[in-house]
Design a protein around this ligand. Structure first.
Ligand code: UDP
Ligand code: GLC
Length: 385
């Protein structure tokens, strides 16, 4: 498409929605800008990729609004809202298209752009369901989404939840895309070095990747591993957002030091060498206990050619063919995860076979170039009107 795109995103931290945005904004280098509502590593990642980025720090009362926020939280933010929206409005004026990545960008972007008649696309990364959002937030998000020209949903599940909640704007399901080159096999020496950095023994390694948050359910892997002597666990990721995320990280550490797991769990923190670490592990596990909207880590695990075991819900259920390109287990059910892990460990050829089939399937279905083309078709359709 031609014209200037302004991308808005609430987060300064590189969550999945932000990494997805970095790819899309990078495709419009030279005529796009990203505006974030907070500072952090994500800002630097965009600069490293030559994507122009600026930050308008959201006032504290707005940053404090969580997915579960009620009326009181929204009302408390009102006094600071007007000034913030005024600053956003100035930025929106210069754009030909506004790309609202995530829910807060949607809410504030739509409010700030009222009356400017700028076409707006909402990239929906979340499931608008009671497991993730308060009823008030769902109502507000859907009302704002209905002001947009189009919605891009990252899975059929997120699209369906949006429509079920009253979404009326045209919805295009476009998954996240991945550059297969980033997942090409690393030299064996490098993979071995990564493995030995975090595992001195000979037993297998099951790894879970993703930010640490209660709904991501990393404890389920720990409780499953407690039933499998000799299994090493890597927990890769950091708590990004809330006090509860940090509290949950503490609970995971306590669980990891229990006698059944002592010495078998490694916390690697937030990393930027995910493909290498995935190749260094034996099995990739996804553990979300609330439905996962899409689940980048599931596709990344498949692209690494490793057996992937994931919670049966949302995106992973659309991505994995159970028993063929990976395995699905009941969300939160540590016993069922333990059984699946044991089965995959007992039949390494089967695990390898599924990994290879998954690699092929993921390369076909989640290629970055195809996803960028599909996105461009949606954006071009809007700006050529
Ligand atoms: N990730 C990362 N470093 C880490 C842990 C995770 O770069 O230490 C990346 C991971 O590779 C994936 C993204 O963060 O691309 C997480 O996206 P996903 O969709 O799985 O979950 P989200 O956190 O967005 O809900
Ligand atoms: C969100 C979702 C995650 C999805 C990512 C990219 O962060 O929680 O499931 O994969 O966005 O769309």
């Amino acid at each position: 498409m031609s014209g200037r795109i302004l991308f808005l995103d609430q987060s300064g931290q590189p969550g999945g929605a932000e990494l997805c945005l970095a790819d899309i904004a990078g495709n419009y280098r030279g005529r796009s800008r990203v505006l974030l509502f907070s500072r952090g590593r994500f800002e630097e990642i965009l600069r490293e990729r030559d994507v122009p980025v600026s930050v308008i720090d959201a006032p504290r009362s707005l940053s404090a609004i969580t997915k579960e926020a009620g009326m009181g939280d929204h009302l408390r933010a009102l006094p600071e809202l007007a000034g913030f929206l005024g600053l956003l409005r100035k930025e929106i004026r210069d754009a030909d298209l506004v790309y609202l990545n995530t829910a807060k960008a949607l809410l504030y972007g739509v409010a700030a752009g009222l009356g400017l008649r700028k076409p707006a696309v909402f990239h929906l990364h979340d499931l608008l369901t009671s497991e993730h959002f308060s009823r008030l937030n769902i109502r507000l998000i859907v009302q704002a989404a209905n002001q947009c020209t189009a919605v891009i949903a990252n899975s059929t599940a997120t699209a369906a939840a949006c429509v079920a909640a009253g979404g009326k704007a045209p919805v295009h399901v476009i998954p996240n895309g991945f550059d297969p080159a980033q997942f090409a096999p690393f030299p064996p020496g490098e993979v071995l070095a990564a493995r030995q950095e975090f595992h001195s023994g000979t037993g297998p390694v099951a790894a879970v990747f993703g930010r640490i948050a209660r709904w991501k359910g990393q404890d389920v892997l720990l409780r499953a591993a407690a039933q499998i002597p000799g299994l090493k666990v890597w927990i890769v990721g950091a708590p990004f957002f809330t006090g509860d995320d940090r509290g949950y990280a503490g609970e995971l550490r306590a669980l990891a030091s229990s006698p059944a797991l002592a010495g078998r769990v490694e916390f690697l923190g937030q990393r930027e060498d995910i493909p290498r670490l995935m190749q260094a592990a034996d099995i990739i596990v996804h553990t979300s206990v609330a439905p996962e909207p899409f689940g980048r880590v599931v596709v990344e695990g498949m692209l690494s050619g490793k057996p992937v075991i994931a919670s049966r819900s949302g995106g992973p259920e659309e991505i994995i063919r159970d028993g063929e390109t990976g395995w699905l287990f009941l969300p939160g059910d540590a016993a069922s995860l333990a059984l699946t892990l044991q089965n995959v460990l007992a039949l390494p050829d089967r695990g390898r076979g599924a990994g290879m089939l998954a690699l092929d399937m993921a390369q076909k279905n989640y290629s970055l170039s195809t996803v960028l083309q599909k996105t461009d078709i949606v954006l071009s359709g809007i700006t050529s009107r």
